[in-house]
Design a protein around this ligand. Structure first.
Ligand SMILES: Cc1cc2nc3c(=O)[nH]c(=O)nc-3n(C[C@H](O)[C@H](O)[C@H](O)COP(=O)(O)O)c2cc1C
Length: 175
């Protein structure tokens, strides 16, 4: 594999749970035989070495983290294969599906995804712990413990394997 065939997995994360999703995606891509870098979106420099980018962000008040959005707006992404994920929802799903979707998979991100020809913009559950931040503590306390972490690891790994397969990785069916 030449350098220009590397895959970048980048993330915007305030408290680390989206960073963990990115690491799990990175590991699954490596298992499939790809060369992968996992980086915070704000720490990404040149994109020259990459063939594909998997970019995700935690969603706060219906928006992506600023560093992730900034990376998504870089014109170079239009030349690369791109997959996007949003991570956020915790607790019981309330309201109708379209409304929930708007708050968990920001329409602005879906719009930019379309503009650059990204393959997908998927939504994953998030995680809230009561270890920091007033809003976070309030949110976590009002929630059943089993609904505080809705990150579905088998689904996340399966998604990563589908990316590996789309990139033609040799062992993309490995589990
Ligand atoms: C103040 C606050 C606002 C939030 N707003 C949203 C939101 O609009 N949509 C959503 O899906 N999740 C929302 N969440 C949940 C977070 O996105 C979720 O906890 C996420 O996993 C955090 O990721 P991080 O640990 O990488 O920062 C919010 C959480 C907090 C504390």
């Amino acid at each position: 594999m030449t350098d220009s065939e590397r895959v970048l997995v980048a993330y915007g994360s305030k408290y680390g749970s989206t960073a963990e999703i990115a690491r799990v995606i990175g590991d699954a891509l490596r298992v499939a035989g790809l060369s992968v870098d996992v980086r915070a979106a704000g720490k990404v420099g040149s994109l020259d070495a990459y063939r594909a980018v998997v970019l995700g962000s935690a969603v706060y008040a219906g928006r992506w983290r600023r560093d992730a959005l900034r990376l998504l707006r870089r014109p170079e992404l239009g030349q690369l294969e791109v997959w996007l994920f949003s991570s956020g929802p915790v607790g019981e799903e309330k309201g109708d599906h379209a409304e929930v979707d708007r708050w968990t998979r920001p329409p602005k991100v879906s719009h930019l995804a379309e503009e650059i020809g990204a393959h997908e913009h998927v939504g994953f559950g998030g995680m809230v712990a009561e270890d920091a931040g007033f809003m976070r503590k309030r949110m976590a306390r009002g929630m059943a413990p089993e609904l505080r972490d809705l990150r579905d690891w088998p689904r996340i790994e399966a998604w990563a394997r589908s990316i590996a397969a789309a990139l033609g990785a040799e062992s993309s069916t490995a589990s």
